[in-house]
Design a protein around this ligand. Structure first.
Ligand code: ASP
Length: 352
């Protein structure tokens, strides 16, 4: 009898192992699943860019317009989480709302390059599987975050760029638009001003930290879902008057976007070159993973100490696997909003 039982167990074990596909093995990050305390917790944070956002420079009606759009975006993501949807879905949805608005430097309201084009970058990461997708320099995709998602789930790659990325977008049936769709008078004029300043200064660089604030306005979202999974995403037009097919941090996993169920989900905004050099999003996660820092401590150290020391400015939003949230920036302001599982909504633009 014992022998029969032993043989039966062996057969079951072998059968189970065979059912486990290569894909399962490749993406299994179950060790990273958040602990049980957070399972029913969920929350979402968004940003619409950091920079010289000052109350005295903004009309009441413009402030109101930003508030309305931020609220619409965060509620769109929050309702997905409340209904049990995934963090990845919530991130994508919230970003779509901001991508479709001319208020933000992302898709519809993207900044112009020195050659008067709009080149869009985006990335998304799933903290459960550590899978990620990113696109850089696309010019005709209505919602670049959707293309980043397609790269993540329907390709063997992590990052696609330019014409190839656009071809992949068509093949995946994403919405393609004419370049005029991205035209906004305000962004065009901002690029002209930046271009004039650059020409007058005889510099080859398009940026100047003291005068060129038109570079800010990226959008991003981080979320924790009811299953305890984290996700992060970022979408941008990059920096106004950029040249040479410059690519910033937003589509770089670890710099502009990072998510890991073990620690945190982060989306960055600011002067991209410094976020790339400081590997800012991953650095916050690494401090939490290896040093045992809290999200609050790690975000403050990286954004208030490390980034300015490098010479950079900007901010991040983050949510950890317990649902703790941060919105940390070293600029005058950052468009931002957060919503926890109770539906408590916080919207901010200025420092205080
Ligand atoms: N980080 C973006 C970039 O450098 C710009 C921004 O966040 O406003 O492309």
């Amino acid at each position: 009898m014992k022998k029969v039982l032993f043989l039966f167990c062996c057969v079951i074990l072998i059968a189970c192992n065979e059912n486990r596909s290569t894909k399962d093995i490749a993406t299994d990050n179950s060790e990273n699943t958040a602990d049980k305390d957070s399972i029913q917790n969920f929350g979402i944070v968004i940003h619409g860019g950091a920079g010289t956002i000052l109350k005295e420079n903004m009309s009441d009606s413009l402030q109101q317009a930003y508030k309305i759009k931020l609220e619409e975006a965060i509620k769109a993501g929050h309702s997905i989480l409340a209904e049990g949807g995934t963090a990845v879905m919530a991130v994508q949805k919230a970003i779509n709302v901001m991508e479709d608005s001319p208020l933000f430097n992302s898709a519809r309201g993207a900044v112009f390059t020195n050659e008067e084009k709009n080149e869009l970058d985006a990335s998304i990461m799933d903290g459960n599987t550590l899978n990620a997708g990113a696109v850089a320099g696309v010019t005709n995709v209505k919602n670049p975050i959707n293309l980043a998602y397609e790269v993540m789930v329907n390709s063997e790659h992590v990052m696609l760029s330019g014409k190839g990325a656009e071809q992949f977008a068509s093949e995946r049936g994403l919405e393609i638009v004419e370049p005029e769709y991205f035209y906004t008078e305000e962004r065009y004029r901002a690029m002209e001003r930046a271009r004039e300043r650059m020409n007058a200064s005889n510099k080859t660089a398009y940026f100047d930290p003291y005068v060129n604030d038109e570079k800010f306005g990226t959008v991003g979202c981080v979320a924790l879902d009811k299953q305890g999974n984290l996700a992060a995403g970022t979408s941008t037009g990059g920096m106004s008057n950029k040249k040479y097919n410059r690519i910033g941090d937003s589509p770089i996993i670890g710099a502009g976007t990072y998510a890991n169920n073990k620690t945190v989900a982060i989306s960055s905004t600011g002067w991209g070159e410094f976020f790339i050099r400081g590997v800012i999003a991953y650095d916050i996660s690494a401090m939490m993973e290896y040093k045992g820092a809290t999200l609050k401590q790690a975000a403050a150290e990286v954004i208030q100490q490390k980034l300015p020391k490098l010479g950079g400015n900007g901010g991040i939003i983050g949510i950890d696997n317990k649902g703790n949230m941060v919105m940390e920036f070293n600029t005058a302001g950052m468009y931002r909003a957060s919503m926890n599982k109770n539906g408590t909504l916080n919207i901010g633009m200025f420092k205080n």
